[in-house]
Design a protein around this ligand. Sequence first.
Ligand code: NBP
Length: 502
Amino acid sequence: MPKFHSDIGLIGLAVMGQNLALNIADHGFQVSVYNRTTEKTAKFLAGNPATPGGLVGATTLQEFVRSLTRPRRIILLVQAGGPTDAVIDGLIPLLEQGDIIIDGGNAKWTDTIRREKALREKGLRFIGSGVSGGETGARFGPALMPGGDPAAYKELEPIWNAIAAKVDAKTGRPIPGAAPGIPVSGGVPCATYIGPDGAGHYVKMIHNGIEYGDMQMICEAYYLIRSLLGLKAEEIGAVFAEWNKGVLDSYLIEITADILQQKDPVTKSKALVDVILDTAGQKGTGKWTSVNALDMGVPAPTVAEAVFARCLSALKEERVAAAKILKGPAKKKYRGARTALIQAIHDALYCSKICSYAQGFQLMREAQKEYNWTLNFGAIAQIWRGGCIIRAGFLQKITEAYGRNPRLANLLLDPYFNKTVKGAQENWRKVVALAAQHGVAAPTFGSALAYYDGYRTARLPANLLQAQRDYFGAHTYERVDQPRGKFFHLDWPEPARPQIQA
Ligand code: NBP
């Protein structure tokens, strides 16, 4: 017997909405659902007649809103951008003071800041929540990154905690075992209040930027093994399966091992990966991360390189034409030991990954100043351990690093990461050099190494840069022998300028 009023409502029954509604209902909450195209609602309800909490369909927004217990909690899982605004505009006249709208889409954090403010002024409450883990995550336990009104989140928290992925309290390891109708029990939920207004969606964007970096780095490792050692896809898959047992243990390494061992269902003899066209798409969160890094002046080159690598891959016809004209080094087979090179590529991947995450966390550190948030970096790394695409054993090391020092300036400075990079950097440098010598593009490996070397350098060549800027633009410079903030200028065009030779 359905309850008269549902516990929560959900608008948008595409992939994410359907799966999240089922996940919520699995946990005993009655969910009212609404979709603009009503046939989808009918089909969804017909396909899921018996869930523990129950699903209630509505064909109009009015009927949907009336079906909810007050204060109403309404999740939006519609296309980000204009469609999200359109749905909010449709809801506003139907809602009452204190009702809560939760945007679970991939909204840009600045949109979430704007929407939260506009709704607050109308007496409505707004939560922008990152939802990570794709279709399977939404169904069986995503990582959830809610931001907005903290009191409103308190009213959502029991549901968010119930449906989130769970990790072991001591080890941080994901707890597997969810199945339709049988939710995971025990463990720490991969959901935590991130901060006010757009904080949740900001952290979700950084998650996605890091995901871009991780994926590209894995591709570079695969490509280097293939190019230098000539291993077949399934052999490289076996290497990744082995790597997944160590420090690189992660969802993305695990699926890569699986992908590389998949045969093509059409030719039946080739590896599937060998018949997939080498042009990558993107939806924009990596670009947002990189643009935001440039806007805030935070060095985050590794994610940007991953975005550019996708852009370069998309120039397929140009690349095919250029391949006939532009020559690289003469093709030479790598003559060293195979096992040692595979270990070196493993180390290059791990060191590059550490730098990429260091950059992501530096971005969040700067954003919290910019937007007046107080972010808990250890907790953010902890909720990424389960449910989401970048889930990895390595994140526990980040939680531990921020546990040791919550004000850590850069992950690289933490003793564990410092020691790890110190021990592995010889291999990392060898791989970047080999890539250059053999003409194999490895942009994230190379940029991460340049980031590491730049960050650990006390005196960079920016002294010369400042002199150049002063020369043509009178931009002034500071001196090493004077206090910071004191600026000097040399009248370069003046014929009588001091002619003291260096
Ligand atoms: P889509 O992003 O493809 O959005 C489709 C939904 O938006 C449908 O329910 C559609 O209704 C509705 N919609 C649109 Br389009 N315009 C609308 C409008 N003007 N008014 C009302 N409804 C409208 O769905 P998705 O892939 O399930 O993703 C949902 C959200 O979750 C997005 O923000 C996405 O970025 C985010 N996300 C997706 C993933 C993923 O793996 N797919 C992961 C994490 C987050 P209709 O049926 O009537 O067309």
